[in-house]
Design a protein around this ligand. Structure first.
Ligand SMILES: [Zn+2]
Length: 415
């Protein structure tokens, strides 16, 4: 699945890949695929030596009539030269040699096929005005989910035994207009979620406890087994199997957790009509400085998995998801931007302005701030764009430690 963005409305593109059985003889379809391949090769051969960029117009002028005289339809011709051009361009950019086509596959424009989702029959228009009907070999349910989507292009392929078809579908997603901002901070102890109004008030705070203990139990078993058989464990099948079993349990515990968490976070975000703000983990490496926060017990992979599920579930509900750079979000004062220091009770304090707060809540406030400064839009009045005055700091974040702790601890959630 992919989410290319056209303007403000994200478009989801998905392919339905299925085996297809031609009704009657497949001779004409094979003939078409060979002809198509040869035509693409012909265009590749002729443009390989041309170094200037070739516009669609120029390609059309160069090849249209030749391709039509081979028996192709107008949109076949267009697909042929555009495909040839993309092959040449990617070969050049890799510094490779001139492409030589062997596989039998053809890209077909939506004007040259008809797809009937009810009977699951695909009709392809071939060269010389031939038509071929193919039956899609798949379940009704798989096809059903694409009803209401628009199909625009397909690729038909022959692998020496069967024909395969990939139909590309797309759908415009009308995203929910955000009324609140939900910032999510992932760290070693917990997953903290905070919902802010668009003018910066904290209205909901929730924490989730990662399944550390359960994962740790299996990890301890693995270490114990490895310790007992320090030399042989890699080579003895039974021991390796036992270790693998614990590894599988860890994987399934964390997937299970991530799914449930993603689902309940997205449900909450839907209720609050939130835009979901996540940390952009893209740049982080397993042993980056930040790894201290992520701890060895549950690595970055675990947080990526959680994020994946949160993002997926949120998008399924047509909610907007935004990723912001997490750098410094847990070490900077949300009020004045100064560095935070931990005092004796491991509570961060800002030496510049005296701000005291809970580390996880600080991170979510900073994520919220970063989102607001990056997207000062939405026609939302009253969004504070710059660092706000002290009295505008989200509620529950006032400079009094006891108060801040009380507000947050009453929301502690364990699942
Ligand atoms: Zn400060």
């Amino acid at each position: 699945m992919s989410y290319p963005v056209r303007g403000e409305e994200p478009v989801v593109v998905e392919a339905l890949r299925v085996r297809a059985l031609p009704e009657g003889s497949c001779d004409k379809l094979l003939e078409f695929l060979r002809l198509y391949r040869d035509a693409v090769q012909m265009v590749v051969d002729r443009i390989w030596g041309i170094n200037e960029g070739l516009s669609k117009k120029k390609l059309h002028r160069l090849f249209y009539s030749d391709l039509m005289s081979m028996g192709f339809r107008a949109h076949h011709a267009k697909e042929v030269y555009l495909y040839a051009k993309s092959l040449v361009e990617s070969a050049r950019s890799n510094g490779g040699r001139k492409p030589v086509l062997r596989r039998l596959s053809a890209r077909i424009d939506r004007y040259d096929y008809r797809l009937d989702l009810d009977s699951m029959v695909l009709t392809l228009k071939l060269h010389g005005n031939y038509e071929v009907r193919l039956r899609l070999v798949t379940s009704k349910e798989r096809v059903e989910r694409f009803r209401g989507w628009s199909n625009y292009e397909l690729v038909v392929r022959y692998d020496g035994e069967s024909f395969w078809v990939s139909v590309y579908f797309r759908k415009t997603v009308r995203t929910v207009k955000p009324r609140t901002v939900m910032a999510i901070d992932l760290n070693f102890d917990n997953v903290t979620l905070a919902v802010f109004t668009l003018d910066g008030k904290l209205i909901r705070l929730k924490r989730f406890k990662p399944p550390h203990r359960r994962v740790l139990t299996h990890r301890m078993w693995i270490e114990r087994i490895q310790g007992r058989y320090p030399r042989s464990w890699r080579f003895v099948k039974g021991i390796r199997r036992a270790i693998e079993r614990h590894g599988e349990r860890i994987r399934s515990i964390s997937w299970d957790y991530a799914h449930k968490l993603g689902d309940s976070i997205a449900e909450l975000a839907l209720r609050f009509r939130s835009v979901v703000v996540l940390e952009d983990l893209g740049e982080l490496k397993e042993n980056s400085k930040r790894d201290r926060r992520f701890n060895k017990r549950l690595g970055l992979w675990f947080y990526r998995r959680v994020q994946f599920c949160v993002e997926y579930e949120a998008r399924e509900r047509n909610l907007e998801v935004v990723k912001v750079n997490p750098r410094g979000t847990s070490s900077r004062c949300p009020r004045c931007g100064g560095r935070l220091f931990e005092d004796g009770h491991r509570v961060p304090r800002c030496r510049r302005c005296g701000f005291i707060g809970d580390r996880d809540v600080i991170a979510t406030v900073n994520l919220y701030r970063r989102y607001v400064s990056r997207y000062p839009r939405c026609g939302v009045p009253g969004v504070a764009l710059n660092a706000s005055k002290p009295d505008e700091v989200p509620s529950g974040m006032r400079g009094n430690r006891d108060e801040a702790m009380k507000t947050t601890s009453s929301y502690y959630e364990f699942i």
